[in-house]
Design a protein around this ligand. Structure first.
Ligand SMILES: C[S@@+](CC[C@H](N)C(=O)[O-])C[C@H]1O[C@@H](n2cnc3c(N)ncnc32)[C@H](O)[C@@H]1O
Length: 436
C-alpha cells in the first residue's frame, strides 16, 4: 500500500493510445507534460510503443485530465483500480491496492454507473462482455449503486489487451485492466478540423492530427506568439491558434496567399473570393488569434526587426515534388533594375536548395526564438541512407525529439523538435544536410 487513504487510488492512471503515429507518442506526451509542469516517473520514455496501454503514477486525476486535454494520440484516461495478466490477478490487485471506500462514491449506493468492456486486437461478442461484467466478484467491487446505461454518473471500464497482432491474438487476454473512466483525449478534433470542410485548402495543407501534434510539440498555448515561415494555407496556424497562440506566417507565393491560383479541390473550377488564411481561422472562431500572413521569402531574414521574438516556429518547409522551394534571386550577373523597369516589377525566383532551406530555418530560429522556445519542422529523409547525424544542427538549438512518419518503403519525413538553449552570438552558420 502507498500510505494514502485510498491505497494507490488516485495515483495510478491508465492511458489508452490510438493505434497510429506510434513513433510520436513519447514526444507528444513529454511535450504536454512539460507544458503543464507535470513530472513523470523516470525512465517512462522506454515504454513499449506497440502497447496501447501505458500506466503512470501521477499525483492527482487533475494531472491525468490535463495530459488528456491536449493529446491527439491518447484515446482515453482511466483511474486504474487494478490490473493483471488474468482476471483473478486483476481482482487481487484491486483488493491489494484500492480501498473499498474509494470505490464506493463511483459505484456504491447513491451513485449511478455503467460498466464498459473494451477489447484491444480481438472482437468479442456482447454476450462475452456481459459475462465479464457478471463475473466481477462483489466482495472486491462494491457494485451496489444504480445501473444506468444511458445517463450514468460514472463509467467503469474493463480493458482487455490481446497483444500486438490481431492475426495471432490468443483466446484469453494477456492483460486485463479495471478502472474508472476519467476523460477522453482530443481525437474528436480530427473531425472538427477535417480538411474536407476547410474553406481555403492547398495541395500540401497538413492533416489535422499531425497539425495538432505539431502544435503540442511546439508547446503552443495561451498568449504565445507562433510563426510559420512557409505558411501556405495556414493549416499550422489553425492548430496553434486553437491552443490560444497568436499566429502569423509568410509565404513566397503571392498567388497562393491571395487565393488566385488553381483550386485544390477536384470539382471546384475557381477559387472563391472568401478563401484566405484569415477566413480559415474565422471558420473555427479563432480569428482573434490571427496577426497576419505576409508574402515574403523565408531566405531573407533581414526583413525582420531584430527585436522580434517568437515562442514557437512550427512549419512544413517546401521539399516535395508539388511544392518545390524557390527563393528570390536572379541568375543574371547584374540583376539591378532601371527606374522604368521598377514599376510593376515581379521579382525573379531561383531554386532554393534543400540544405539552404534548413540552414536558413535553423538560423532564423536561433535568432528569433526566445530561450526555451521551440522549432518544430518536417525533414524529408531517404530511409536507406538515414542516420541521426543527417539532422541539421545548430549550436543554439538542442534536439528534443525526432519522430518518423513513413511515406513509403524508402521515403520518410521526420518531425524534428528543437529548443533554443543559448542566445545566438553567431549570425549565420552553415549546416551539413544531404536530405533526400
Ligand atoms: C509544404 S508547403 C506548406 C503548406 C502549409 N503548411 C499549408 O498549410 O498549406 C510549403 C510552402 O512553402 C512556400 N515556399 C516555398 N519557398 C518559399 C520561400 N523561399 N519563402 C517562403 N515560402 C516559401 C510554398 O509556396 C508553400 O506554400
Amino acid at each position: 500500500m502507498s500510505g494514502s487513504p485510498c491505497g494507490r487510488l488516485g495515483k495510478r492512471f491508465l492511458f489508452q493510445f490510438a493505434n497510429e503515429h506510434l513513433d510520436f507518442r513519447v514526444a507528444e506526451f513529454s511535450a504536454i507534460a512539460d507544458l503543464f509542469g507535470i513530472k513523470l516517473e523516470s525512465g517512462w520514455q522506454s515504454k513499449n510503443i506497440k502497447d496501447p496501454f501505458w500506466e503512470f503514477q501521477l499525483s492527482s486525476s487533475t494531472d491525468a485530465e490535463k495530459l488528456a486535454s491536449r493529446s491527439m494520440l491518447v484515446k482515453s484516461a482511466l483511474e486504474l483500480w487494478g490490473k493483471g495478466a488474468t482476471y483473478p490477478e486483476m481482482y487481487e490487485d484491486v483488493r491489494q491496492n484500492t480501498a473499498k471506500h474509494c470505490m464506493i462514491p463511483f459505484c456504491g449506493n447513491g451513485a449511478s454507473f455503467k460498466i464498459k468492456v473494451d477489447t484491444y486486437n480481438k472482437k468479442q461478442t456482447q454476450e462475452y462482455k456481459v459475462q465479464r461484467i457478471n463475473d466481477l466478484p462483489l466482495d472486491v467491487f462494491p457494485l451496489e449503486g444504480k445501473i444506468d446505461l444511458k445517463n450514468a454518473d460514472h463509467i467503469l471500464q474493463i480493458c482487455e489487451n490481446y497483444g500486438e497482432d490481431h492475426n495471432t491474438a490468443p483466446d484469453t487476454p494477456c492483460m486485463v485492466y479495471f478502472g474508472r473512466w476519467l476523460v477522453d483525449g482530443q481525437r474528436e478534433k480530427i473531425k472538427t478540423y477535417n480538411l474536407k470542410e476547410r474553406l481555403f485548402l492547398g495541395h500540401t495543407s497538413m492533416d489535422p492530427c499531425l497539425s495538432l501534434l505539431m502544435a503540442n510539440m511546439g508547446k503552443c498555448c495561451k498568449n504565445t506568439l507562433v510563426f510559420d515561415p512557409f505558411v501556405g494555407t495556414g493549416s499550422l496556424l489553425v492548430s496553434a491558434a486553437q491552443c490560444g497562440s497568436y499566429v502569423m506566417g509568410t509565404d513566397i507565393d503571392y498567388i497562393l496567399l491571395h487565393a488566385q491560383g488553381k483550386p485544390s479541390r477536384a470539382k471546384q473550377k475557381k477559387r472563391s473570393k472568401d478563401e484566405s488564411i484569415r477566413n480559415n481561422l474565422l471558420q473555427y472562431g479563432l480569428q482573434q488569434f490571427y496577426i497576419d500572413a505576409l508574402v515574403a521569402d523565408a531566405s531573407k531574414s533581414s526583413l525582420w526587426d531584430s527585436r522580434l521574438q517568437v515562442d514557437a516556429i512550427i512549419t512544413d518547409p517546401p521539399y516535395g515534388v508539388r511544392e518545390g522551394a524557390k527563393k528570390l534571386g536572379s541568375e543574371k550577373n547584374d540583376p539591378s533594375l532601371t527606374e522604368e523597369d521598377k514599376d510593376g516589377h515581379v521579382p525573379q525566383k531561383i531554386d532554393y536548395h534543400l540544405s539552404d532551406v534548413f540552414r536558413d530555418l535553423l538560423n532564423f530560429a536561433a535568432r528569433f526564438l526566445r530561450i526555451e522556445g521551440r522549432l518544430v519542422y518536417w525533414l524529408p529523409v531517404y530511409s536507406p541512407e538515414y542516420c541521426e547525424e543527417n539532422i541539421p544542427r545548430h549550436p543554439c538549438l538542442q534536439l528534443v525529439s525526432n519522430c518518423e512518419q513513413k511515406l513509403n518503403s524508402r521515403i520518410s519525413r521526420r518531425l524534428i523538435t528543437m529548443e533554443k538553449c543559448h542566445e545566438c552570438q553567431v549570425r549565420l552558420i552553415t549546416l551539413c544536410f544531404s536530405g533526400v
